[in-house]
Design a protein around this ligand. Structure first.
Ligand SMILES: [Fe+2]
Ligand SMILES: [Fe+2]
Length: 225
């Protein structure tokens, strides 16, 4: 018998009784139209391959952030939060790559994600706590966009197995988004946090709409200018 899709999902489990999973109001400033899902689902194996790579990178990002927090004042439960996210992402990677293999695909060796790369270029490097603020906000943006895209996919996917996967991942990425943005807002001695968040939300909308079309989680629909 197949294992359930998400066997362990520490972060979304924490949110399951709070009503957040149903009531996510994401602040994103570009709303993905349903036509995007129809386009990317024409090649589900390619979409799963791209998706698996993103899960791998999300796990690595959480572990990398663990190394970057300025000592000696990490926020409460910092290690627990980052390790829970990393564990979720590794589990997502296992689920997605298993599904990809069952459908005759294979995780490719190379993967590019110009969307995430463009977002990372916005990070103010070498600025101490401002750099960390930006890294947490960029992580929150990537999670929020994944969450939004999983919702669009789950609503527009005729394949029951994929629709179930996408709807389960939606709740998990929503929990991750909230953790990252909450941490950013708790950073000590930061000024104009909401102003920076607004700037980055605008930048994210510009970056996602500048992506080329194709069967990828961060592509732009073919007919959107
Ligand atoms: Fe994930
Ligand atoms: Fe995530």
């Amino acid at each position: 018998m197949d294992r359930p899709f998400i066997q362990v999902d520490l972060v979304s489990r924490r949110f399951e009784n709070t009503g957040m999973a149903e009531g996510a109001d994401l602040p994103l400033r570009y709303q993905t139209p349903d036509v995007w899902a129809a386009q990317v689902l024409r090649d589900p194996a390619a979409l799963l391959n791209d998706h698996a790579h993103l899960e791998k990178k999300a796990a690595a990002n959480a572990l990398e952030l663990l190394n970057r927090w300025p000592e000696p004042n990490p926020p409460e439960y910092w290690v627990e939060k980052m390790t829970a996210i990393a564990r979720d992402e590794v589990e997502h990677l296992a689920v997605v790559s298993r599904l990809l293999a069952r459908r005759g695909g294979r995780l490719t060796k190379y993967h590019r994600n110009p969307y995430a790369q463009a977002l990372r270029e916005l990070v103010r490097r070498g600025t101490g706590v401002s750099e960390l603020l930006d890294r947490l906000m960029v992580s929150a943006l990537i999670e929020a966009r994944s969450c939004e895209r999983f919702e669009v996919l789950s609503r527009n996917c005729g394949d029951a197995e994929l629709a179930k996967l996408y709807s389960e991942l939606w709740a998990s990425e929503n929990g991750h988004y909230r953790i990252f943005i909450d941490l950013a807002r708790q950073l000590p001695e930061m000024r104009d946090v909401e102003g920076r968040w607004s700037e980055l939300l605008d930048a994210e909308a510009a970056i996602i709409t500048a992506q080329s079309p194709g069967p990828r989680m961060h592509s732009c629909p073919a007919n959107v200018g």
